[in-house]
Design a protein around this ligand. Structure first.
Ligand code: SF4
Length: 783
């Protein structure tokens, strides 16, 4: 029974005396530089996976769980969105990272109310992200009351009532923000957006805003469709695969198996990246134990070590080569039939490209003419080409242009809408694509809102809401006062850590739906809630019995999954259950929806999805088929849903990377012991780093030229709009990286990414092109 909850008045709400630390503390250990692993996968990956799983889950439970992972009807890996094979699946459909993700969730360790009684929030904030994550699964809903320094347990009904009170106290529904992470299932996401829109706002930022928003924006504008266009089967038929700004060895490891198979049948692989990455250099299939002793297979035929954000220049260089080849062999290189029938803007594009100087292309890309010619030759010789990419392209000011230059290049040879060819933005979180399909978007289409309103008999809000960057700014400026996150670690995933922390602290209430501890629980509004939910691995029982949930992978396959383990605590609710509880408490009689009925049987949620979201006809029947079903993909049929019904060639200026003396262009990236913001360990064996994360990778010549030294402890500064940001105590590591470029791990370096530095049109934070300077501690003087 819900207890009446006193709504705190403004006077009651005081911030904590001791402010919690928004940034992970500086490690006491000094990072060590070790030899870089020569190959990815192999025995080491298998051993690490087994050890991690067995340590966290126990041998029998761990082995049983891993054997269910990514199997048809089994447990969905909470990691990346790389798809599973449509047909036969082996017993080991997971990678080292997948084993870590599952073991991390299914750990036997627990974070109980006694744990929170032991530590103040400020104490916890002094612990590292690794330590926080290692404490285990949160067992009970917890509240941090205004002025309190400890979380304390709270009943679910009281937690929902507290949220309802705060939401009702807002001057407008638009003063609330409802964030979603890519872990959320289709069913939970659909229910959540329905609740949020019935509440009255479209303020639904999501993790997609921070990753592939630029891909969706770039593709939708030019092709009329914002998702990848290939299936896994296309990789069996392509002649060349270009992998740009992506590190599959760490971030999408089973993609390496697909690449290996392609390579073995003669497909050429080109890797474009500022850093050489172990996975694409050499790979040993972890299940082919007879290959473990050898050197592995070299996957990339051509490695192009592009300057950070030199991709537009490089792509223009390749396109110039293609057009030059056409000049030499008219009618023999370009796919004129495709260009004439399906596209518009070719002449303007060609004319603009002819004016770009080769010297500028070489300078901005950092590539030699020969390398660009080599890449162009592979592209031209290949009948069928697939382009894959990830955050290395999407997190720049000109990120949308990056994507659209790939579209330009591919259209020159009609590489869209034919088997074995197409575009493959590789998503990093298991259901980030599905959540968007379910309507988690701050800019919903009129068509979607019409159908949603008709299905549930209400008028959804029509004005667009805040994306992630603008949600942070709204909270900072006091225009948003309640923040609710369905999963994720908003503080650590977002840019400009101190600014975002200040934004969250200004809220009256922050709420995190979580499985494990993270820093977002420690940087809170004046009141905070932690709502613990079931994980992917756990049995979800509702009134009608055991439920399954569905997700959509990077290649638009919708598949059903079902947890098998006993829940970490009896007090957990499923994500749909949490949304339904919230909706009942917040909307009350305003909503005619029977939320309890929807949650009693997820088939009913899927029926509603079928009525609202295109492509989900016979959802409940088709998703019960082995392996699920594909959503429609118009590009595969060469249907371009733009105003003109044609795909657009586009023209983009060559981005100029101008650095003053002493400045570097920094990109943030993940280590191998990390999944998004979750830290599993302090090593990155694929880059030779042990026991530390506060490292800055620099070119050895730059280290010498700057008077710095390998191993020196330095502070990193970024200056943007007259404001200086600093990240302290990083160790210099000499590395193979282009001159004047630097690489660091996030979230440690997020503090340097200015909140106003984001991609044109997509608003994705430009975390991969931040201008920094580097100073040793002595230069900085005492604090
Ligand atoms: S490739 Fe991605 S989805 Fe597959 S097991 Fe590894 S992390 Fe999980």
């Amino acid at each position: 029974m819900a207890q009446p909850v006193k709504n705190a008045t403004a006077d009651d709400l005081t911030v904590l005396d001791i402010e919690s630390s928004a940034q992970p503390p500086v490690e006491s250990s000094i990072p060590e530089v070790k030899p870089i692993s020569k190959s990815a996968g192999g025995a080491k990956a298998a051993l690490v996976a087994a050890k991690f799983a067995w340590d966290e889950m126990g041998v029998v439970r761990g082995t049983r769980t891993l054997l269910q992972l990514n199997q048809k009807g089994g447990i969905d890996c909470p990691g990346c969105a790389w798809p599973e094979p449509d047909g036969e699946r082996s017993h080991f459909e997971f990678c080292e990272e997948g084993a870590k993700h599952v073991a991390d969730e299914a750990t036997r360790k627990r974070v109980t109310p006694e744990f929170f009684a032991k530590y103040t929030v400020a104490d916890l904030s002094q612990q590292s992200d690794l330590w926080l994550n290692q404490q285990g699964r949160i067992t009970h809903p917890m509240v941090l009351r205004a002025g309190a320094d400890h979380y304390e347990a709270i009943e679910w009904d009281n937690a929902f009532a507290l949220i309802a009170n705060e939401l009702h106290a807002l001057a407008s529904p638009d003063e609330a923000i409802f964030y979603t992470s890519g872990r959320t299932s289709n069913e939970a996401a659909f229910l959540y957006q329905l609740f949020v829109r019935q509440f009255g706002t479209n303020n639904m930022p999501d993790c997609s805003n921070m990753c592939h928003e630029s891909s969706g924006t770039g593709m939708k504008e030019t092709l009329g469709f914002g998702k990848g266009t290939v299936t896994l089967e296309d990789f069996d038929h392509c002649d060349a695969i270009f992998i740009v700004g992506q590190n599959p060895g760490t971030n999408h490891p089973r993609m390496l198996t697909t690449l290996l198979e392609a390579k073995r049948r003669g497909c050429k692989i080109v890797h474009v990246n500022p850093l050489p990455e172990t996975g694409t250099t050499r790979f040993k299939h972890p299940q082919e134990f007879w290959t473990w002793l050898g050197g592995g297979t070299q996957l990339a035929d051509l490695f192009m070590q592009v300057r950070i954000n030199g991709d537009v220049a490089l792509l223009k260089g390749i396109m110039k080569e293609v057009l030059d080849a056409e000049e030499r062999r008219p009618g023999g290189i370009l796919d004129h039939q495709f260009i004439n029938k399906y596209t518009t803007g070719f002449s303007e594009f060609k004319e603009a490209l002819s004016r770009v100087r080769v010297g500028d292309i070489l300078e901005q890309s950092g590539m030699t003419k020969t390398k660009i010619e080599d890449a162009a030759k592979i592209f031209i010789k290949s009948e069928r080409v697939i382009f894959c990419w990830a955050m290395g392209l999407t997190q720049h000011k000109n990120a949308v242009a990056n994507i659209q230059e790939i579209v330009n290049l591919m259209m020159l040879r009609g590489q869209l809408g034919k088997p074995g060819a197409g575009l493959c933005p590789v998503r990093g979180h298991s259901n980030v694509q599905g959540d968007r399909t379910m309507g988690i978007w701050e800019q919903p289409s009129e068509d979607f809102l019409d159908k949603l309103g008709a299905e549930f008999n209400f008028e959804p809000p029509r004005h667009h809401g805040y994306d992630t960057v603008h949600a942070i700014k709204a909270m900072h400026e006091g225009q948003a006062r309640v923040f609710f996150a369905l999963g994720g670690n908003f503080l650590s995933a977002t840019p400009d850590t101190e600014y975002t922390a200040a934004a969250l602290r200004r809220c009256r209430l922050t709420v995190q739906v979580s499985t494990k501890m993270n820093r977002a629980h420690l940087i809170t509004g004046k009141q905070a809630l932690i709502l613990p939910c079931l994980g992917r691995t756990e049995v979800d029982v509702q009134a009608s019995g055991e439920q399954f949930v569905t997700t959509e992978n990077s290649m638009a396959v919708v598949e059903a999954w079902q947890g098998r383990l006993a829940p970490a605590s009896d007090a957990l609710l499923s994500e749909p259950g949490i949304v339904a509880g919230l909706a009942k408490a917040v909307l009350g009689k305003r909503s005619t929806i029977d939320w309890a009925a929807l949650v009693s049987n997820y088939d009913l949620i899927r029926d509603a999805i079928e009525h609202v979201v295109p492509g989900f006809e016979n959802y409940n029947r088709r998703v019960r088929q082995s392996g699920g079903f594909y959503l429609p993909n118009p590009i595969r049929e060469r249907n371009f849903n733009t105003n003109a019904g044609l795909a657009h060639f586009t023209v983009h200026p060559l981005p100029r990377i101008e650095l003053k003396p002493g400045e570097f262009l920094m990109m943030t990236m993940r280590s191998h012991d990390q999944f998004n913001t979750t830290i599993y360990g302090l090593d990155d064996r694929y880059r030779g780093i042990r026991n530390g994360r506060r490292v800055v990778f620099l070119n050895p010549d730059d280290i010498r030229a700057s008077g710095l030294a390998s191993g020196a402890r330095v502070d990193l500064f970024s200056l943007y709009d007259g404001e200086e940001r600093v990240a302290r105590d990083f160790t210099i590591v000499p590395y193979s990286i282009p001159r004047r470029c630097a690489a660091t791990y996030f979230p440690e370096a997020n503090v340097l990414v200015p909140v106003n530095h984001f991609a044109d049109k997509s608003h994705t934070p430009a975390s991969k092109s931040v201008v920094i300077s580097i100073r040793t501690s002595e230069e900085n003087g005492p604090d």
